[in-house]
Design a protein around this ligand. Structure first.
Ligand SMILES: O=C(O)CCC(=O)C(=O)O
Length: 263
């Protein structure tokens, strides 16, 4: 089966060994340097943002910019986008950068990021997203690997919940993801990965990540999300993704401009 068909069937594909060592070589040290000094929390409306998110309850998201993290911009434009276009030509004719997040799970104190579907948090219509996820180091089940419910993207839009507690947001009236998707017959797969691997998932696919319980071991994962069709702003309750604060438009307007470049 072609990789692109696998994405249509499962809603997620693990591409083994597709990122050369040089792709990430400068990304890790630039991340660590910024992670130590970054204090910015305000969200700018004139450029794409990079969310620094520690999976520790009470930790506040911080905001980086590509001007201070050029190796990450290089990784996205020189490696990730060409790879996506080579493997999924049908899905990648239009790739618009929506948001970039680095999820950091410090050893022993990090928690679970519960089952969710990315697009449930996006105020977009149509709401078609393709996301990549790349670890900066090896990830195993004990080190917070990503876990997916295969085929769950075919169930359509679900409700958004608090990612740490699973509490349903006020005003949310959409059906939520079950506590265990296996109870409705879906296969669940834990994606153990090396740093040369890349996951690609559909925005509708359900996924979660457990805590990193290995002492002395960091777990950093990069997620880059792209919208694949021109989308209009369509807000509703429970859509708290950081990029929504970059939108200075009215419902029905097209999401475009400097924070959301076409690549
Ligand atoms: O890195 C993680 O643990 C979570 C990532 C995730 O849920 C996402 O990229 O949507």
């Amino acid at each position: 089966m072609k990789t692109s068909q696998q994405l249509e069937r499962d809603g997620v594909v693990l591409l083994k060994g597709c990122m050369p060592d040089e792709a990430l070589k400068d990304v890790r040290p630039q991340y660590d340097h910024l992670d130590q000094s970054l204090t910015r929390t305000e969200i700018s409306k004139d450029q794409p943002l990079i969310v620094f998110w520690r999976h520790v309850i009470g930790s506040q998201k911080r905001i980086g910019h590509f001007s201070e993290f050029p190796a990450l911009w290089n990784l996205i434009t020189e490696y990730i986008v060409p790879k996506l276009r080579a493997v999924f030509p049908e899905r990648t004719q239009r790739l618009q950068l929506l948001e970039t997040i680095i999820f950091n799970k410090p050893a022993e104190i990090s928690n679970t990021l519960n089952w969710h579907q990315d697009v449930a948090y996006f105020p977009l219509k149509p709401n078609n997203q393709l996301a990549v996820w790349i670890p900066f180091e090896m990830v195993t089940a004990e080190r917070g690997a990503m876990v997916y419910a295969l085929g769950s993207h075919k169930f359509g839009i679900r409700g958004s919940t608090d990612l740490h507690t699973r509490k349903v947001f006020d005003g949310e009236d959409r059906e939520v993801i079950p506590d265990d998707p296996r109870t409705i017959g879906l296969d669940v797969q834990c994606m153990e990965m090396s740093p040369n691997d890349m996951l690609v998932h559909d925005g509708y696919t359900w996924h979660y990540s457990g805590p990193n319980v290995i002492k002395g071991y960091t777990r950093r994962g990069l997620s880059v999300r792209f919208i694949t069709e021109e989308a209009k702003f369509d807000p509703r309750p429970g859509q708290g993704a950081a990029f929504t604060k970059q939108i200075a438009i009215s419902p029905g307007d097209v999401v475009q401009g400097a924070p959301f470049p076409l690549l």
